[in-house]
Design a protein around this ligand. Structure first.
Ligand code: 6R9
Length: 575
């Protein structure tokens, strides 16, 4: 066991606020709605600061892929989001409508997020890596009314499926080249903004009205819409303050894309709820680009992910010498287990440990963390955030003794917990299969000091580069390839990506397994489903292990791949 002691002044008295729920109640007075009774996360995120001494403070430093850069104050963002909220209203968006963004990390994405909340609609961000089939399924599941995208993204993800999404009324296009010809159902972001009135009537909501929906993956079935409400702001705010340790004079950079929950809770709402300045870099990952961003913007608090940190470690210490990283003061990481050696390396080259934390799309904000003021235990996820009650239990709900791994569960009722799965109460209920608990789908153990240690997923969900992928969706895409008869997909442990997607495929008769066919099938998934969720490895097999009812047993494929015992094979169909 290794503990790194933190020094500094922490405004969090763990013992005082440890009582369940107390911590969350404590911060309500920081929001305007506590006094006015008028609720909207957009007001607390932007307008509250635009009406305060922070109005001329930079809210957003934007760095484009080719060194373009822009900056926006809270006041400027208030005006822009008021205007764009009016554009959305003119486009017919009403309270409760689902408005998608399918955008690269350009300022329009951030303006859209806040504006969608301002009109009381539901902000549904789609990761730019998704392609047509994934886009179609998510929009159809939720009955998307409007999507905000660019002509370039529209071409790769929307054009071919547009006619299959009957609910879609309008496409708003940002970043449009002059030569572009608009279709009847399309609006230009820029043109509409020039005419839009500046005065906007905020749609006041209830704390329980939905405002954010993230599509995420489980083991079975297509992606599910995880619904969060305005009340989630309490969780975003308090954890950004105490887990990310964000303070007023910080320059903060969360490297996640808002297509994933980290990029929304901690890349849009959390930091702005605290009134901090944040950096958004829209380019691709490269050690030079990332270090140069930290240097250029004097980033002080940095929230990133294990795969990126491992890539930075792999890139070596030489590249760091070209940049000053002295501004860094606090580093956090999420998404997958962070290797202790990476933390030790981080201490050497960045001068600070990396604080790991744990949570998921459904929880809306950090649940377990090496939060500020808590002695950091390297390799552990930390302790439950004050006000959160977590435990490790067996399948019947019995709490397990220290050191024994089991289901990681959380006592329901924290502010940012999802309120529903869109249109799917049955899927929602599955999260509560152990009475009295929210079931995460992860396994963990608790040590004698109360720190939680991740041991793996209980289900088949794959984390690749920290991105969450459902095997079913990949299998479905594979089955659409003319050569594929059956497909089973697993996560295969990988030193860099955490896991890679490996597909086992049996071919239709008449097809010959070859390296070329593997490349073709991989490419097929990349262009149909997602640029990030394709199998990096494919193995052809004469037949796949199935249950007697015909379900492919991924568990057996995984055990075979890892050379582990096959476990209970009672349901295996021996043919
Ligand atoms: C925020 C986010 C959630 C899943 C989660 C778990 C894995 C997250 C982790 C971690 C080990 C950590 N995960 N943090 N595993 N150590 N510190 O990543 O949300 O995309 O929904 O994924 O990620 O398996 O259940 P999401």
């Amino acid at each position: 066991m290794e503990i790194v002691d933190k020094t500094g002044t922490c405004n969090l008295d763990y013992n005082r606020v440890c009582k369940n729920g107390f911590c969350f109640d404590e911060v309500k007075k920081d929001f305007d709605w506590y006094y006015t009774g008028q609720v909207n996360i957009a007001h607390e995120t932007i307008d509250r600061h635009a009406n305060s001494w922070r109005k001329n403070k930079i809210a957003l430093y934007w760095e484009g892929p080719d060194n373009e850069h822009e900056k926006y104050t809270f006041m400027e963002l208030k005006t822009l989001t008021d205007k764009f909220a009016n554009v959305l209203k003119m486009a017919g968006v009403k309270k409760g409508d689902r408005v998608f963004t399918y955008l690269p990390r350009i300022p329009e994405l951030y303006i859209s997020a806040i504006s969608i909340a301002k009109v009381g609609a539901i902000f549904a961000p789609l990761f730019g890596g998704f392609r047509a089939e994934a886009v179609r399924d998510r929009m159809n599941d939720s009955g998307a009314k409007v999507v905000i995208t660019t002509p370039e993204m529209k071409k790769i993800g929307i054009e071919e499926i547009q006619s299959e999404v009957p609910s879609l009324e309008k496409i708003i296009l940002a970043d449009v080249p002059e030569s572009y010809k608009f279709n009847d159902n399309e609006l230009s972001f820029d043109a509409e903004m020039t005419y839009a009135p500046e005065e906007c009537n905020m749609e006041w909501c209830s704390l329980e009205d939905p405002v954010i929906m993230h599509y995420t993956s489980g083991t079975t079935g297509k992606s599910k819409g995880v619904v969060h409400v305005h009340n989630a702001m309490i969780g975003h705010y308090i954890t950004t303050k105490w887990v990310q340790d964000l303070r007023d004079d910080d320059v903060y950079w969360c490297t996640a894309d808002p297509g994933w929950v980290t990029g929304t809770s901690y890349g849009i709402f959390g930091p702005w709820l605290t009134g901090a300045s944040q950096v958004v870099c829209s380019g691709r990952f490269s050690p030079d680009a990332w270090y140069s961003a930290i240097d250029k913007y004097k980033v002080t608090v940095w929230y990133t992910a294990p795969t990126a940190l491992r890539m930075l470690m792999k890139a070596g210490d030489e590249v760091i010498k070209n940049y000053s990283l002295r501004s860094l003061r606090y580093i956090t990481s999420v998404g997958e287990p962070l290797n202790p050696e990476v933390i030790r390396w981080g201490m050497k080259v960045y001068g600070h440990p990396i604080h790991e934390n744990y949570w998921m799309t459904e929880t809306g904000s950090n649940m377990i963390a090496n939060f500020y003021g808590l002695p950091l235990k390297i390799g552990s996820m930390g302790k439950p955030f004050p006000g959160i009650e977590a435990a490790v239990v067996d399948d019947s709900g019995k709490v397990l003794p220290p050191g024994v791994p089991g289901n990681l569960v959380i006592k329901p009722g924290w502010p940012s917990m999802m309120r529903s799965i869109w249109n799917n109460p049955e899927k929602y209920r599955e999260y509560f299969r152990i009475p009295g608990w929210y079931v995460t789908g992860d396994s963990a153990f608790v040590d004698n000091d109360g720190y939680f240690w991740f041991t793996g997923r209980v289900d088949d969900v794959i984390k690749t580069s920290g991105e969450r992928v459902g095997p079913f969706e990949v299998e479905s895409a594979l089955l659409e390839h003319p050569a594929v008869a059956e497909a089973g997909v697993i996560g295969k442990p990988d030193p860099l990506y955490g896991n890679i997607i490996k597909a086992f495929i049996s071919l239709k008769s008449g097809y010959e397994g070859s390296e070329e066919l593997k490349r073709e099938i991989s490419g097929f998934v990349k262009t149909k489903l997602a640029a990030h969720a394709f199998p990096r490895e494919i193995e052809f097999k004469a037949g796949l292990p199935k249950t007697r009812s015909g379900k492919i047993m991924r568990r057996v494929l995984k055990a075979q791949e890892l050379g582990q015992p096959l476990g209970d094979l009672a349901t295996l169909d021996d043919e």
